[in-house]
Ligand binder design. Structure first.
Ligand SMILES: Cc1cc2nc3c(=O)[nH]c(=O)nc-3n(C[C@H](O)[C@H](O)[C@H](O)COP(=O)(O)OP(=O)(O)OC[C@H]3O[C@@H](n4cnc5c(N)ncnc54)[C@H](O)[C@@H]3O)c2cc1C
Length: 467
């Protein structure tokens, strides 16, 4: 057993994008920071591999530039020249309806012509500005909100597949206020989503933040792991295979125990940032913050399987001329959607091959993501044969299973986060920064990390050393 006394101003536990970007932000301010990661490699859900000449992502395939902080971070860690933009062909997105892939309309004219929605649903939109707003303090599910404002068909064929694509979630259980705060605010402010879109243009132009719809889609030449690898290289102290196993609040600061193959290590630190998934954070704080621990434990994390499949390009009937397709629950298929990865970015597959990335499971069908990898590969190949006219057998398939993939911002989520905030107030020096708070997208995590770094630096009295 080793004891190292006061080792760091801050210890960040969790080496996903949230923890890495928080630690980097703190280091930039001159704070002595140690990052602990339980796994043998940092990056968390972000992971890129090369197989058979294809570039395979096991987690996020791209990020959206929803805030200028993202470009600033890339510039500061030397990645400005590495980033790549989605190809223009990826603008087109498909949704499955009655077994056919239908392109989402990209203009008002195309909207009125699309077979994706019935004439009745399109006409119903004229009613939307006259539907009264919901009470600000009431919590409504995404499904109830969309059904009330836009009707059931929009819920089924626009929002439900979108929610599956972003959260692997279920609109019946997600809270609109927590999961889609911009949508909620649009109604609150303008009384209508349509009027809000039209009237809010000037306001949006002034706001440095960009909506998901308008944000640039990006990755890196070497895939998404380029980002987390660059952050690891920048950090002075990253300890891998090092799981934070206990946090003990002291009169001032914290005593920590870290489990590692070489035996337990002990640290003292002035502040701790828990950048782990919610269940791990819950376990760490349960002995001294029972309410917050219970709140964190109540956040659902459904399993998701990611299936990368490479096919001979000329053997697929579909033109693959877009971002990919999403599958509404009503269609009763066994996949959530598929990215046309080799259309989305250049150099994802060798000439003549098409790379497809398919998502299985989520809140809709968690049991499917827990099947043996071989069975998941089989069902995905069967679905792609039926929906894209792909050959029954891919050239190769690789399955990654995430038993706890994405936190769900379900009804009650904001109350749960209020309990986490209460723990932060009760225990000065304890901070929580991960994707269950402030948004799940990579860009949201970068924004949350910048906020956390500011708060921790202010707590340490180093708030003026902003990078
Ligand atoms: C399949 C999938 C596809 C996605 N696609 C997209 C996408 O296309 N675009 C997008 O923007 N977002 C996407 N996301 C979401 C996004 O990738 C994640 O929300 C984000 O990467 C999470 O980062 P994080 O650091 O908060 O958590 P994680 O990446 O989960 O990192 C947490 C880290 O904490 C470590 N840890 C756990 N316990 C301990 C402990 N006790 N001590 C030390 N370390 C510990 C874990 O090993 C892990 O490395 C996707 C997510 C998934 C799962």
């Amino acid at each position: 057993m080793t004891s190292r006394g006061v080792d760091a101003d801050v210890i960040v536990a969790g080496g996903g994008i949230s923890g890495l970007a928080s630690a980097w932000g703190l280091q930039q301010r001159g704070v002595r920071v140690v990052l602990l990661e339980a796994a043998p490699r940092a990056g968390g859900t972000i992971g890129t591999a090369r197989e058979h000449g294809c570039l395979l992502e096991s987690g996020p395939n791209s990020a959206l530039e929803t805030t200028p902080l993202i470009g600033e971070l890339f510039g500061k860690i030397g990645l400005a020249g590495e980033r790549i933009a989605a190809r223009p062909a990826a603008r087109k997105r498909y949704v499955l309806r009655a077994g056919r892939l239908i392109a989402l309309p990209l203009s008002p004219l195309a909207f009125f012509a699309t077979p994706l929605f019935s004439a009745w649903s399109k006409l119903r939109l004229f009613k939307e500005p006259f539907i009264s707003r919901g009470a600000r303090d009431a919590e409504e599910s995404v499904a109830a909100f969309v059904r009330r404002r836009l009707g059931t068909e929009f819920l089924d064929y626009a929002i439900d597949p979108f929610v599956a694509g972003v959260y692997a979630g279920d609109p019946q259980t997600l809270s609109v206020k927590a999961a889609f705060p911009r949508l909620f605010e649009l109604e609150q402010k303008h009384g209508s989503l349509i009027l809000g879109q039209l009237c809010g243009a000037r306001e949006r132009a002034r706001n440095p933040e960009t909506s998901r719809q308008a944000a640039a889609i990006l990755s890196f030449r070497g895939g998404m792991q380029t980002l987390t690898d660059a952050l690891v290289r920048q950090l002075e102290r990253v300890e891998l295979d090092s799981e934070l196993s206990s946090v003990l609040p002291q009169q001032t600061g914290f005593e920590l125990v870290v489990s590692a193959a070489s035996g337990p290590r002990h640290y003292r630190t002035r502040a701790v940032v828990l950048a782990t998934p919610a269940p791990a954070a819950a376990q760490l704080i349960a002995p001294f913050a029972a309410r917050a621990a219970a709140a964190l434990r109540a956040i659902p994390y459904p399993p998701v399987a990611v299936v990368a499949g490479a096919y001979r390009r000329d053997a697929i009937a579909h033109p693959l001329d877009g971002f990919g397709f999403l599958v509404p629950q009503r269609e009763q298929r066994r996949i959530l959607g598929t990215l046309f990865s080799s259309t989305l970015f250049d150099h994802r597959a060798p000439q003549g091959l098409a790379l497809l990335t398919t998502f299985v499971g989520g809140m809709r069908q968690p049991e499917l993501a827990l099947l043996p990898a071989g069975e998941i590969a089989e069902l995905v190949q069967a679905e792609l044969a039926a929906l894209l006219g792909a050959p029954a057998r891919a050239e190769f398939v690789r399955v990654t299973r995430w038993p706890r993939a994405i936190p769900q911002y379900t009804l009650g989520h904001l109350d749960r986060i209020a309990c986490v905030e209460e723990a932060e107030r009760d225990l000065p020096g304890l901070f929580f920064c991960a994707n269950y708070r402030g948004g799940i997208a990579v860009g949201d995590c970068i924004k949350s990390a910048a906020r956390a770094a500011n708060q921790v630096a202010a707590f340490l009295g180093m708030g003026d050393n902003a990078p």
